[in-house]
Ligand binder design. Structure first.
Ligand code: NZQ
Ligand code: ZN
Length: 389
């Protein structure tokens, strides 16, 4: 195990009806004037946005709003939000939605106190050191942004999708998590969220670091719980207990606990981000296509940890590592298929992906070498894209 520092400072307020506490939570962190950021309309249709605004106003907090944030969020609304905050002396950002809304809220929070363009943080030109506080009302368990220090934004004109990672600066101050709010999710979004949270654990599980048994076992426990609860939420979208288990899994998958004491990989995410940047597919669905391809590449070269995953997660009995690994990958694909997810580019709706262009962009945006389990160069990432055809 490697040395590590672990701090997950977000205050999680979890359970039925908890969105009514947003006013109190915001007041407790000193909010006086907030910008409420939300998505394309689900929070308006469900009445959640009104409930959130009413709760804030009941605490004498002034409310401005910015809606219409799209999945795979882009830079335009971030700039608009920064302008609204400066014009109205906003002191706190509240995100009502999923990863796309939360990441936009974080980008706005970062941009307000900065004199240059917010994209400087994403391009690596500036280092994130301060941001306005961000609070979250989560409506989809998936990206884990409610507990992560990350924000993923696409520079629309150039289709460059960058994940900015910070240790603490961008961690939300609080996240309100009511599983009932997820009953209205379309099945494809529920399933894509499940693939994304599994991928967040697997990016940390497939590590070159040895002797991380405790972190392995924590990760395996969360993965096995997700696999058990997933069919229940797919079959019965208003199953509160299953929704609650899936919602908490999404946070544990990505708030850092599953990565303690080890190097993480993140090649599959980098590879996927080029797909969602170019073809605007749902991130989790893209991962359901790419992760099995990445694992297949690894099974042929360094099967040990993939075989351990196969045996511990899917109870594969095969004793030879490569064969066990390949059997585990088939189980994973079967699981994704069973909840309605694609496992090939064609099933994802991208029958003829421009692999050369994605590889070119990937290594310009993320560096010559990506990943940690086996570091990958352009010839390797090209093969992984091809394995996903
Ligand atoms: O926009 P609305 O109308 O709200 O609809 C959304 C959207 O269409 C809908 N939705 C959300 N909650 C709903 C609902 N529909 C009905 N009922 C509800 N309760 O779901 C759709 C997807 O929303 P989105 O926010 O895009 O989902 P997700 O949470 O999967 O976020 C994906 C984004 O997060 C990034 C991804 O790359 C992608 O851009 N990621 C962010 C990470 C982070 N910040 O730590 C890590 C991840 O690896 C990921 O890269
Ligand atoms: Zn992800």
């Amino acid at each position: 195990m490697e040395n590590f520092t672990y701090c997950s400072p977000t205050r999680y307020v979890f359970g039925k009806g908890t969105e009514s506490q947003i006013g109190n939570e915001a007041a407790a962190i000193g909010a006086k004037k907030v910008l409420v950021v939300y998505g394309g309309g689900s929070a308006v249709r469900s009445g959640l946005l009104d409930r959130v605004c009413d709760s804030l106003k009941a605490q004498s907090i002034e409310v401005s709003c910015l809606g219409g944030i799209s999945p795979n969020p882009v830079d335009g609304p971030v700039r608009e939000g920064i302008g609204i905050c400066r014009d109205n002396n906003i002191d706190t950002i509240i995100a009502v939605g999923g990863g796309s809304v939360i990441d936009t809220a974080k980008a706005i929070a970062l941009g307000v106190p900065y004199s240059g363009d917010f994209w400087d943080f994403y391009s690596g030109k500036a280092v994130a050191a301060q941001a306005l506080p961000v609070g979250v009302v989560l409506t989809i368990p998936a990206a884990g942004s409610e507990g992560s220090g990350n924000s993923v934004i696409t520079l629309e004109a150039e289709k460059i999708k960058i994940s900015l990672r910070t240790d603490f600066v961008l961690r939300p101050k609080f996240a309100i998590m009511n599983p009932e709010l997820t009953f209205t999710l379309p099945p494809y979004q529920t399933a894509s969220g499940i693939a994304d949270m599994m991928a967040h654990i697997m990016e940390r599980y497939f590590t070159p670091t040895e002797n991380v048994e405790i972190t392995d076992r924590v990760s395996e426990g969360v993965l096995k719980a997700i696999i058990e609860e997933a069919p229940k939420v797919m079959a019965k979208p208003d199953d509160y207990q299953a929704r609650a288990n899936i919602m908490w899994s999404g946070t544990l998958a990505h708030n850092g606990i599953c990565g303690t004491g080890r190097k993480e990989d993140w090649a599959s995410h980098a590879i996927e981000h080029e797909i969602s940047a170019m073809y605007n597919v749902t991130h989790g669905a893209g991962l359901a296509v790419i992760f099995p391809a990445w694992m297949t590449f690894m099974a042929q070269r360094k099967p040990g940890k993939i075989a351990q995953y196969a045996r511990r997660i899917f109870d594969v009995k095969e004793t030879k590592d490569e064969a066990a690994a390949l059997e585990g990958i088939e189980c994973l694909k079967g699981f994704f298929g069973s909840i309605g997810l694609p496992v090939t580019f064609a099933e994802l709706g991208v029958p003829e992906p421009d692999i050369d262009e994605m590889v070119r962009r990937l290594h310009i945006n993320k560096g010559e070498i990506i990943g940690g389990y086996i570091p990958l160069r352009a010839k390797d990432t090209k093969e992984i894209y091809r394995l996903a055809l």
